[in-house]
Design a protein around this ligand. Structure first.
Ligand code: NDP
Ligand code: OXD
Length: 307
């Protein structure tokens, strides 16, 4: 039996999964099931204790790219395979999101919005794409495609990953020194890292101060990787010019949070790249079939490294 937890879009996923796997029994939370007969789960944000009693559970398929919330749980035995989505239409959306922020900063749209509010007609010096340095943190299924996409558009792109893997058009770096060099050389910093023990708190005040004065930050990884108070302080001091933020340490971002009202900050509600149900189910179906054949599915999470 396959048990689905996707309360926002349960009907859509149930229909797609049942059609894609006609031989398999698909049951949907909150319908009660005999936990011991669940072999596979398809989930996004299941509540605490969800996996309790699922002693025959073989694999959990995540309806997203990030598995940080799942890795933090204590009801998922390490013997269970965790399989996430790999791109599945999210890289293109993330590229579009990043590009929006890049153009906002590079073409000085925030300043023009400010001028418009005062009916001010004042052309500002232009900066070309070829003069704009973008640092991308995380060169995975999504980040890698975003970095290459921006490079194709003529931006000067540097990318940071754990392995320092080479990508076409992207200057690759790794390690603490690589990160420091990247920060010092980024007019725009784009974070698309997974949240792990190594990346939580990565973008702290000290590291953010390493960005050039006037830098712009785009955070589409996870909120706990970026010190939001440090961002506010650096904006006040004029070290940062602005930010486009999609993810936050607390979501939804509390109504009283100053980021909502800061004139140089653009806030979006975790929508940079959304899961596309058809693509997701097609990947899950292929990955489940691979597991059944005894093969390694794409998107198998390495539990020890957390992504
Ligand atoms: P991947 O797992 O494919 O790639 C992760 C990348 O991060 C890899 O390049 C990896 O390096 C690098 N990395 C991981 N840990 C470190 C580290 N300690 N130091 C340096 N580099 C590191 O992830 P995806 O590209 O699929 O997704 C990335 C994240 O984007 C997700 O985990 C999620 O948090 C976020 N996301 C946000 C969305 C939104 O709407 N805001 C939507 C979708 C995803 P290496 O290549 O060497 O392994
Ligand atoms: C994801 C996300 O990880 O939407 O897929 O944040």
């Amino acid at each position: 039996m396959l048990y689905l937890y996707a309360p926002q879009e349960a009907d859509v996923y149930q229909a797609l999964l049942s059609r894609a796997m006609p031989g398999r029994e698909v049951r949907v939370w909150p319908e009660p099931v005999d936990a011991a007969s669940v072999r596979y789960a398809v989930v996004w944000g299941p509540p605490p204790g969800f996996f309790a009693g699922m002693r025959r559970l073989e694999a959990v398929f995540v309806l997203g790219a990030g598995v940080d919330k799942l890795m933090a749980r204590d009801d998922l035995p390490s013997s269970v395979a965790v399989v996430r989505l790999t791109d599945a239409g999210m890289a293109q959306q993330m590229l579009e999101y990043a590009l929006y922020g890049v153009l906002h900063a590079q073409r000085r749209m925030g300043e023009y919005q400010h001028q418009q509010s005062a009916a001010q007609w004042r052309p500002l010096p232009a900066r070309l794409a070829s003069q704009t340095r973008i640092g991308v943190l995380g060169l995975g299924e999504i980040g890698g495609k975003v970095a290459m996409g921006l490079a194709t558009l003529g931006y000067r792109v540097r990318g940071w990953s754990r392995s320092g893997k080479p990508l076409e058009g992207v200057a690759a770096c790794k390690g603490e020194t690589g990160l420091e060099d990247l920060l010092a050389d980024s007019d725009i910093l784009l974070n698309i890292l997974p949240a792990t023990a190594d990346t939580r708190g990565l973008l702290n005040e000290r590291r953010l101060q390493g960005l050039p004065k006037g830098a712009f930050i785009i955070n589409a990884g996870r909120g706990e990787q970026l010190d939001q108070n440090a961002v506010l302080g650096l904006l006040e001091r004029g070290h940062l010019a602005g930010a486009l933020l999609d993810v936050f340490s607390e979501e939804p971002l509390p109504v009283s949070h100053p980021l909502w009202r800061h004139p140089a900050v653009l806030v979006t509600p975790h929508i940079a790249a959304m899961t596309l149900p058809e693509e997701a189910v097609s990947q899950i179906t292929a990955n489940l079939a691979a597991l059944v054949r005894g093969e390694k599915p794409a998107g198998l999470v390495e539990r020890a490294r957390g992504y």
